[in-house]
Design a protein around this ligand. Structure first.
Ligand SMILES: [Zn+2]
Length: 53
């Protein structure tokens, strides 16, 4: 049985499975999103900003 620290989550942008401990985070008011790298984080930020305008 693996411990929780081995848990993997899917990148919010590309859906790639990554270790939760290695993921980047973007926190909103009611959510936390996970990203595999800065490229995906920036991609989401761009999409997110567009939705507001
Ligand atoms: Zn990704």
């Amino acid at each position: 049985m693996k411990k929780d620290k081995e848990e993997k989550i899917a990148c919010h942008v590309c859906q790639k499975m990554i270790p939760k401990a290695a993921a980047l985070h973007a926190e909103g008011q009611e959510y936390v999103l996970h990203f595999c790298n800065l490229e995906c984080l920036d991609y989401w930020k761009n999409q997110h900003n567009k939705e507001k305008t």
